[in-house]
Ligand binder design. Structure first.
Ligand code: PEP
Ligand code: MG
Length: 580
C-alpha cells in the first residue's frame, strides 16, 4: 500500500483500477542510421503507416455508427493524407539524405508543413495544420510502439492517472467511464481541475511523479476531498473508504433537499447562485442542483472540443440550445478565452514565453476580429431565444473595454442593416480578473452593466503565482489580505456605480469563503453546480449582520495564515463545513 498526498482538486471518493494515460507528446528520439540499415528503417515506416490507416478506418466506422456520419469528415481527410505519395516519399528520401532515424525525419517533416500552413492567411489552410499534426503523431505513436488510447475511447470504468492531462483531453473524455483522476501536475484552479469538478469526478492533482510509480490495472483510491491517493490499498483501508463513500453520497442527497428553496439569508437578503458550465450538457447538472441560471459559460471549450474554430452557425446552435434550456433563467456567456493553458494549435501556433501573460482572451479576440465578430454575431442571433448576458474576459483597462464595445456595436449595426433580429436588452459585463482592472473598477463600472470577479486569475496575477503549478500552490491563497482588499474595492466600486457584482472564480464555490463574501456584499455566486447546495445551506443559516461582522474582524488581521485559521475554525464549528 502506498499513500501520497497532493492537491484536493475535485471532491468525492473514487475506488477503481488504474488507467495510465500517456502523454500526447513524448520526446521524439533522434539517432543516426547506417546506410545498410535504411531498408529496415523504411520498412518500419511503411508498417507504421499501414497500422495508422487501419486504426483510422476502424475509428471512422465507429464514428459513423455513433454519430450518423456527421463528424467523420476529418477522418476521411486524415486517411487521404496517409495515401499522399508525395508526403510519404519525402519522409523516405529524408531518411536516406540525412542518415537519421525515421521518427526524427517524420517529426521534422510534419513540423515544417505545420509551420508553413500555420503562417498562411487562408483560414481553411491554417486549420489544416492541426490535421497534419494529428496524422504525424498517429504514425509516430506506431513507430514508437505506443498505443495511446484516447480518453474518449475508454470502454471500462477506470481511474485515470496521468502526468499532465490537458483541458482538451479532459473535455473529450468519456465521463461515464472515468471514476477518478490522479495527476502529477496541476493546481486547484487549473482548467483540468475545473472540468473535473464540473463533471463531478473526484480528482487529486500535483502528485509529483506518481504516474511513474503506478501501473495499469492496479487498484487505486482517489480521495478528492482530502487530496490523497492510495495505491494498492489493504482490505481495511478499502472497507473504510467504501463506508466513507456511502456517507458522502448520503450527505449529497440530504443537501439536494435544498434545491427548491431560495438562497436567502435569515434576514431576507436574496443571493443568486448560478452554475459555471463548459459544455451545454452541464445545464442539466445546473438544474438538478438548483442553479438560478448560468453565471459563466466558458465558450472556449466549444473551440477546444472541436480543435478548430467552430463556424458561426454551429456556435449559434449551441448558444441557442443553452439559452432555451435555461429560459427564463439568465445565461452569461463569456466570449472566447483561449490562450494560457487553453491552447488550440490551429489558433495559437507558436510557443509563447509567457502564455499566461500573453496572447489570451480579449487580447486574442481584438487582434483576430474575424473570429471575434463571428462569435458576437452568433451570440446576438441566439439572444432572441432566452435571457442572454454577454461577458468579456481579461479586460485590463478602459481602452481595451472600449475597443471590445466598439466591435460589439459595429456588429449590431451591421446586423440591423441586414434586418437580422437580436434582443435589444442584452446586459454587457466584464470579468474582473486582472489587478489593473480591479484597481480601476470605479472607471470600468461606468461602462458596463455588471461585473463578475474571476478570482482564479485575479489571485494568480496579484500574488504572481501560476494557478496551475503544483510547486507554488502554498502561495495561492484566496484569504491573502491583498486579495481581500481588492475584493472589497471591486464590490464597493460596482455598488457605488449602481451595478451588481458576482464572482465566477473557484472562490465563489468554496464554502469556507461563503460568509465572508456575503458580508462583503457580493450579489451573485457562480460555481460548478455540485457546489451550489452547500453554499446555499450556509447562506440560509446566517444573517447579513453576522457576515458583515466577520468581514470587519478579518479585514483587521494582517496575515493570511491567521485569517485562514480563524475562518476555518468558525466555519467548521458553526456550519460543520468540512476542513481537511
Ligand atoms: C477566473 O479566472 O476566475 C475565471 C472564472 O476564469 P477562468 O478560470 O476560465 O480563467
Ligand atoms: Mg480567468
Amino acid at each position: 500500500m502506498q499513500k501520497l498526498s497532493g492537491i484536493p482538486a475535485s471532491p468525492g471518493i473514487a475506488v477503481g483500477r488504474v488507467h495510465i494515460h500517456m502523454e500526447d507528446q513524448p520526446p521524439v528520439p533522434r539517432f543516426s542510421v547506417e546506410e545498410n540499415a535504411f531498408p529496415e528503417e523504411l520498412e518500419r515506416f511503411r508498417q507504421a503507416v499501414d497500422r495508422a490507416r487501419e486504426e483510422l478506418m476502424k475509428l471512422r466506422d465507429r464514428t459513423e455508427t455513433v454519430q450518423n456520419g456527421s463528424n467523420a469528415d476529418f477522418l476521411d481527410s486524415h486517411l487521404l493524407m496517409l495515401s499522399d505519395s508525395e508526403f510519404l516519399s519525402r519522409v523516405e528520401l529524408g531518411v536516406q539524405e540525412s542518415g537519421r532515424n525515421v521518427e526524427w525525419v517524420l517529426h521534422e517533416e510534419t513540423q515544417s508543413v505545420v509551420r508553413k500552413l500555420a503562417s498562411l492567411d487562408d483560414q481553411y489552410l491554417r486549420e489544416r495544420s492541426v490535421d497534419i499534426h494529428d496524422v504525424g503523431r498517429r504514425i509516430l505513436n506506431h513507430l514508437m510502439y505506443r498505443e495511446r488510447i484516447s480518453l474518449s475511447d475508454l470502454s471500462r470504468e477506470v481511474v485515470v492517472v496521468a502526468h499532465d492531462l490537458m483541458p482538451s483531453d479532459a473535455i473529450d473524455m468519456n465521463k461515464r467511464m472515468v471514476r477518478g483522476i490522479a495527476m502529477d501536475a496541476g493546481g486547484k484552479t487549473s482548467h483540468t481541475a475545473i472540468l473535473a469538478r464540473a463533471f463531478e469526478i473526484p480528482a487529486v492533482l500535483g502528485l509529483g511523479d506518481f504516474s511513474g510509480s503506478a501501473t495499469d490495472g492496479s487498484r487505486l483510491i482517489v480521495d478528492g476531498s482530502r487530496g490523497l491517493v492510495i495505491l494498492d490499498p489493504d482490505e481495511d483501508t478499502l472497507r473504510d473508504y467504501r463506508e466513507q463513500l456511502s456517507a458522502y453520497r448520503k450527505r449529497e442527497v440530504q443537501l439536494m433537499s435544498l434545491n427548491d428553496l431560495p438562497a436567502e439569508t435569515r434576514d431576507g437578503k436574496l443571493i443568486h447562485l448560478k452554475a459555471n458550465i463548459e459544455i451545454p450538457e452541464e445545464v442539466d447538472a445546473g438544474f438538478s442542483h438548483g442553479a438560478d441560471g448560468v453565471g459563466l459559460f466558458r465558450s472556449e471549450f466549444l473551440f477546444l472540443h472541436a480543435g478548430r474554430i467552430p463556424d458561426e452557425e454551429s456556435q449559434y446552435q449551441t448558444y441557442k440550445q443553452v439559452l432555451e434550456a435555461m429560459n427564463p433563467k439568465p445565461v452569461t456567456i463569456r466570449t472566447l478565452d483561449v490562450g494560457g493553458d487553453k491552447i488550440i494549435p490551429s489558433l495559437i501556433n507558436y510557443p509563447e514565453k509567457n502564455p499566461i501573460l500573453g496572447w489570451r482572451a480579449i487580447r486574442f479576440c481584438l487582434s483576430r476580429p474575424e473570429i471575434f465578430r463571428s462569435q458576437l454575431r452568433a451570440l446576438l442571433r441566439a439572444s432572441v431565444h432566452g435571457k442572454l448576458r454577454i461577458m468579456f474576459p481579461m479586460i485590463s483597462g478602459v481602452e481595451e473595454l472600449n475597443r471590445a464595445l466598439e466591435m460589439l456595436e459595429s456588429v449590431k449595426t451591421e446586423m440591423k442593416a441586414a434586418g437580422e433580429e437580436f434582443s435589444s436588452s442584452i446586459p454587457l459585463g466584464i470579468m474582473i480578473e486582472i489587478p489593473s482592472a480591479a484597481v480601476t473598477s470605479d472607471i470600468l463600472a461606468r461602462r458596463v452593466d455588471f461585473f463578475s470577479i474571476g478570482t482564479n486569475d485575479l489571485i494568480q496575477y496579484t500574488i504572481a503565482v501560476d494557478r496551475g503549478n503544483e510547486r507554488t500552490t502554498y502561495l495561492y491563497e484566496p484569504f491573502h489580505p491583498g486579495i481581500l482588499r481588492l475584493l472589497t474595492m471591486i464590490i464597493d466600486n460596482a455598488h457605488n456605480a449602481g451595478i451588481p457584482v458576482g464572482m465566477c472564480g473557484e472562490m465563489a464555490g468554496d464554502p469556507l469563503a461563503t460568509m465572508l463574501l456575503l458580508g462583503m456584499g457580493l450579489d451573485e455566486f457562480s460555481m460548478s453546480s455540485v457546489g451550489i447546495p452547500e453554499v446555499k445551506r450556509i447562506i440560509r443559516s446566517v444573517t447579513m449582520g453576522e457576515a458583515e461582522e466577520l468581514v470587519g474582524t478579518v479585514m483587521d488581521m494582517r496575515s493570511y495564515v491567521d485569517i485562514d485559521a480563524y475562518i476555518k475554525k468558525l466555519m467548521q464549528e458553526r456550519f460543520d463545513v468540512r476542513v481537511y
